[in-house]
Ligand binder design. Structure first.
Ligand code: GLN
Length: 275
């Protein structure tokens, strides 16, 4: 009979990834991998582990194999239809929460919501806020809606709309904050052919152009939906802060600035719009 200790010894994956897949397949806690490591395992569980370990060796992202990823303290469902939430995007959530800190019942819009990670984290932290989220992908919206149902009080949920950026939104809507983590990788960036990115939806990663085309559309159209003095914050690539600040300034935003992530990289830029 196979045991956890044997599977860990034989695994070709990094130890951490082996543990994540084992806890997922067995439904055990991390500590049980130690306390029960010589227990004979159900052969079906062993087979499931071996199948997932092989897929991981072929490059599939851990989050897609387990179907989940933690973001802002919440566990989000993930599928191949959505971008896997990244830790650096928590900065955008914190920035948006700061921006609406003094505004009761603030209205917030997330453009290109994917899993819903940004919108749902904001709604979870601010149950009084009215959070809207759009995505052009119906498959992504299905994932986001399931995440909202699983993570939020039904009375205070997120309003999801299928829309290419702001195109389908009622033009009379107004928001105190608009946030977005759009596809910002340039089409010729070699990262697209490496690691997890190979398995994520291409449309969530790249604009198939210079990396700034989605950001240009958002900067151009967001002011039409901002309440007086409303803010727009956008996540972008490590080398795009200067370009994004220029776009914001050219569109008439004020207080334009960038914020660095934990790695010291300017990761999100934004400003206020006074119509
Ligand atoms: N807003 C989602 C996230 O940050 C999806 C972003 C995207 O697909 N580009 O995870």
């Amino acid at each position: 009979m196979t045991t956890v200790a044997q599977l860990q010894r034989a695994s070709l994956l990094p130890a951490l990834e082996t543990r994540v897949l084992l806890t997922h397949v067995l439904g055990w806690r991390r500590t049980e991998l130690i306390t029960r490591d010589d227990e004979p395992l159900d052969p079906h569980a062993v087979q499931r582990f071996e199948a997932l370990a092989q897929r991981r060796l072929n490059g599939e992202p851990i989050a897609q194999l387990t179907g989940k990823r933690e973001f802002f303290g919440l566990e989000f469902e993930v599928s191949p239809d959505v971008l896997i939430p990244r830790p650096e995007t928590e900065l955008l959530v914190e920035t948006a929460l700061d921006a609406i800190a003094g505004t009761p019942n603030a209205r917030v819009l997330d453009l290109g919501t994917g899993t819903g990670a940004i919108a749902i984290s904001i709604a979870h932290a601010r149950p009084d806020a009215h959070v809207w989220a759009v995505d052009r992908s119906p498959a992504a919206l299905d994932v986001a809606r399931r995440n909202a149902r699983a993570l939020l009080d039904p009375a205070r949920t997120v309003t999801f709309i299928e829309s290419d950026w702001t195109a389908k939104l009622d033009p009379s809507l107004r928001f105190e904050a608009i946030v977005s983590n759009p596809p910002y990788i340039a089409s010729d960036d070699p990262h697209l052919t490496q690691g997890d990115l190979r398995f994520e939806p291409r449309g969530a990663l790249t604009d198939d152009a210079d990396g700034l085309s989605a950001i240009r559309v958002i900067v151009e159209t967001a002011p039409l939906l901002l309440a007086p003095n409303g803010v727009l914050w956008i996540e972008h690539g490590y080398d795009q802060a200067d370009a994004v600040r220029r776009l914001l300034t050219a569109r008439g935003f004020t207080d334009v600035r960038s914020i660095r992530d934990l790695a010291g990289i300017e990761r999100t830029s934004g400003g206020a719009f006074t119509a």
